[in-house]
Design a protein around this ligand. Sequence first.
Ligand code: CMC
Length: 392
Amino acid sequence: TGMITLDPGYGNTGSCTSDITFINGEKGILQYRGYAIEELAEKSTFMETAYLVLYGQLPTQAQLSAFEKEISGEAYLHYGMKSHFEGFPDNAPPMAVLSAMLNILSCYNTDLLTTATEGPKFTEPAAKIISKVRAIAAWAYRTSKGKPFMPPRPDLSYSGNFLHLMFSQTFDMYEPLPEVERALDLFLILHADHEQNCSTSTVRMVGSSHASLFSAVSAGVGALWGPLHGGANCEVIKMLTHIHQDGISPHDFVEKAKDKNSPEKLMGFGHRVYKSFDPRAKILKGQVDNVLKALNVSDPLLDIAYELEEMARSEDYFKERNLYPNVDFYSGILLRAIGIPVDMFTVLFAIGRMPGWIANWREMHQQSLRISRPRQIYTGETLRAYTPMDQR
Ligand code: CMC
């Protein structure tokens, strides 16, 4: 069987070759398909970036319009799905609902459970997932609030339609503030892909058994949910709120985060790959202030965040370990400012990451990779005789 190389957490294992996303962790570089994240954040829309990540090129106007039309045509949910939502308790975690409902989409699309990477058998499920994930997220939220479901509005932008599905009181009354719509679009662009992170690797892992795209992305949501991954964006706000409301000094909190015996970590800090800065955090930090000003709100949590960042920058503990704010550190403040409830933050991350997961799934099948099947080094008992019950 040859030598097995042990690499817990896969920090040094390349699991695939990929043309989608480039990261240079030392220099803080992130590019989708060769385009700098800074430029996409400034000039692109989420729909355009989603097309780019999925298909490899910036779309022409005709390609973009066709893609947007396909996405908005899939914005509704099958009426039968209503009963599934009614089965969840009010306090169901929205990430659990999202994962379950993405898998349930397979039940309504049994003709699309293939590994096709071209043609309608790929473009249809891809568009369905990217589009319907919004309605699933919004329906999960509205169910938990006892509110009726809103039918989608195809005249609105991707982000505008999501905000309508979430917050509209009546079908035709929603007027998204352009700043809010743009801030959400920016958030989604920044989350569109991030190479072989835990959830993307999960999507590839599940897809490698030739399970459907629906179940692969459903598993991706499960992986993203954890507080060390996408769940960190909720944890950051909980941490900042705790510091704020309980009057804890940021200095004491940082001391606790440094203590090996304390379970507290500085949430929103550190990254497996970025060792100088996370370019997404830098962009978000730059935008948060603008968005708060445009919305005419101030958030005391932002001052605490600045203070924690300053402190971490000057403390040896963080410098020695190259711990910098990651994408989740400032994103929560942005989402809070535009009215997204905290327990939906990670769901928003999942909506943004959908193009990346689907692009990775597609690329894997285009390359006809083998099933993912890591090995282990066995450290348990050697062969021993079965002990009868009365002798144990
Ligand atoms: N606060 C305090 N200490 C930390 C932190 C932190 N946030 N992150 C890492 N460390 C310490 C860690 O204890 C270790 O110390 P030592 O060398 O003394 O044992 C050292 O830094 C190296 O950390 P690691 O755990 O080996 O790093 P990793 O690559 O396995 O984990 C991470 C990366 C992101 C899971 C981790 O930094 C972390 O848990 N951060 C907090 C959660 C978070 O913000 N996650 C979001 C990640 S970014 C995007 C996303 O996926 O959502």
